[in-house]
Design a protein around this ligand. Structure first.
Ligand SMILES: [Zn+2]
Length: 113
C-alpha cells in the first residue's frame, strides 16, 4: 500500500529529528500533501494509525494541508486549477499542460517535546 510507505517514511523523518535534537517525542506534525500526489485520505488515516504505534508520532497531533493542483497550459499559457492529472485547459481545451503544484508530499514542520 502506497500510503503505508508514505507514513513509514514520515515516521523515519520524525524519529531522526527527535534523535538529532535530543527530544522525547513529537507534539505536532504538519504535513503538506498535494491533491495529485495519489494519496487516498482514508487509506492514509488507516496507515497512520497502524504505522505510528509505538513511535514518536503515536501521540502527536497531525495537521494536514492539502495543496490544490494547479497547471499552466502549454498551448496558450493559461493557468488553471487541475483537480486531476488530465484536466483540460478551460481556455483552449488542450490537455498539454505543466503541473505547477499538487504533487507535494512533505513534512512541513515538527514540534518536538
Ligand atoms: Zn490552453
Amino acid at each position: 500500500m502506497h500510503e503505508l510507505s508514505i507514513v513509514l517514511s514520515i515516521v523515519d523523518i520524525a524519529e531522526q529529528q527527535v534523535a538529532l535534537n535530543d527530544a522525547q517525542s513529537v507534539e505536532e506534525i504538519e504535513l503538506e500533501i498535494g491533491q495529485l500526489a495519489g494519496v487516498e485520505w482514508d487509506a492514509l488515516d488507516f496507515a497512520w494509525e497502524a504505522a505510528t504505534k509505538h513511535t514518536v508520532l503515536e501521540k502527536s497531533s497531525r495537521k494536514l494541508t492539502i495543496i490544490d493542483g494547479k497547471a499552466r497550459c502549454l498551448e496558450c499559457g493559461q493557468g488553471f486549477s487541475a483537480p486531476t492529472l488530465f484536466t483540460e485547459c478551460p481556455s483552449c481545451g488542450s490537455f498539454f499542460s505543466d503541473l505547477l503544484s499538487g504533487k507535494e508530499l512533505r513534512v512541513k514542520s515538527l514540534t518536538l517535546i
